[in-house]
Design a protein around this ligand. Structure first.
Ligand SMILES: Cc1ncc(COP(=O)(O)O)c(C=O)c1O
Length: 380
């Protein structure tokens, strides 16, 4: 039997390629693009996405862990990869052996990489992270120069990169300026001493859209690669916005249609009671597929090119939708949860707003049981 998909994600590789081209142009000549492919390439499927990004000219990948780094290397041996998270003690030797660039915030971390590199007669390539206001990884900006000098004196390590991370570009202009200024001061001082880095980076997707390019030689976008614009209080005004296309659509099917009388309680907890005779479609996706339960009762889906309301609680494998207004609806019809149908579109950002979360979570929440179906010229 041909596999029947109850809930699936379509991944448009042509859109991905177009987004990377847009990012390249926006970044400017000579600026390297580090595509962030953490969390299974934001839920799109790491190996396929990495393969296409390699063909389309990404310079370096940003990952969260060594398993992701290995998956990339299985597609393209030797491709530069930076682990954006801090290594656990047991990961240090593996990172060095795998020749994955690593993020350090302290001398103790750099020393551990130096001794692993000596053990394996290799060179560990480090990126020193500076905490300008994210409050997660990184050293204080005022200690960065001293730390860099100490790291430079360690055997068999090379500081290939210097970077920082913005905490709220899409929302806060002034806070972001403060972060930029702190990092900028450090860069000026290092440049005056003739210190250069192969990778100097700060700009994530929102910074690429909302901030000046800055003196960096590398950009570090994630969300934008997948064609989703960060959403916040700052207004994004960019040329050729329509060239950025969402890569992922999430779809399912109608598995049952029922007419229920006025006064019927629907789904767990009976949050919703029909106020009229209602045609209810059961659809074949739920939070077990990663469609967030928090969007219960607020979410819309597309059926027959129209927005239809989700009724009551979203359950693990199914949800209920009001299709009373549709002229024609049939068992097996396709339902769009994220993506386009006819003239309508549901974006990952809109879905995120219903669930009171962010599009990053909407994409990365899509579970392993949802097959990723690759479309476009490069799909295999
Ligand atoms: C350190 C770092 N850089 C870059 C990114 C990419 O951010 P965005 O998806 O907002 O472009 C992330 C994402 O979480 C990150 O953690």
């Amino acid at each position: 039997m041909k596999p029947v998909h109850r809930c699936w994600a379509e991944v448009d590789l042509d859109a991905l390629r177009g987004n990377l081209a847009w990012i390249r142009q926006r970044a400017g000549a000579g600026v390297k693009v580090m595509t962030v492919v953490k969390a299974d390439a934001y839920g799109h499927g790491l190996k396929q996405i990495a393969g296409l990004l390699m063909q389309s000219g990404t310079d370096v990948f940003g990952v969260a862990n060594l398993i992701e780094a290995r998956a990339i290397r299985s597609v393209g041996a030797g491709w530069p990869v930076l682990m954006l998270g801090a290594c656990l003690p047991e990961e240090v030797e593996q990172a060095v052996k795998d020749q994955v660039m690593v993020t350090v915030s302290s001398l103790a971390e750099a020393e551990a990489f130096s001794s692993a590199a000596r053990k394996f007669k290799l060179v560990a390539r480090l990126h020193l992270k500076v905490d300008t206001g994210m409050g997660r990884l990184g050293c204080p900006p005022e200690q960065a120069e001293q730390l860099l000098a100490a790291i430079d004196s360690l055997p068999q390590v090379e500081t290939a990169g210097l970077y920082t991370h913005f905490s709220s570009v899409e929302d806060e202009f002034h806070y972001t300026q403060r972060q930029r200024t702190l990092f900028g001061k450090l860069l000026k001082s290092l440049a005056a001493k003739g210190r250069n880095f192969e990778y100097l980076h700060a700009n994530n997707s929102a910074a690429m859209l909302l901030e000046e390019a800055g003196p960096y030689n590398t950009v570090r976008p994630g969300l934008l690669v997948y064609g989703v614009l960060p959403f916040g209080r700052r207004r994004i005004e960019i040329p050729n916005r329509d060239l950025i296309q969402p890569v992922l659509s999430l779809k399912c099917r109608i598995s049952l249609i029922k007419d229920v009388p006025k006064g019927s309680r629907l789904s767990y907890g009976g949050l919703y009671t029909t106020t009229r005779t209602t045609r209810v479609a059961t659809i074949s996706a739920g939070y077990g597929d990663g469609y967030l339960r928090a969007s219960s009762e607020r979410a819309n889906v597309l059926i027959g090119g129209e927005r239809c309301q989700v009724l009551g609680r979203i359950t693990m494998d199914q949800m209920l939708v009001d299709v009373t207004k549709l002229e024609s609806v049939s068992h097996g019809d396709e339902v769009v949860l994220i993506g386009r149908q006819g003239s309508q579109e549901l974006t990952a950002t809109e879905v995120a707003q219903w669930a009171e979360t962010v599009p990053w979570e909407v994409l990365t929440a899509i579970t392993y049981r949802v097959p990723r179906v690759y479309l476009g010229a490069q799909a295999s």
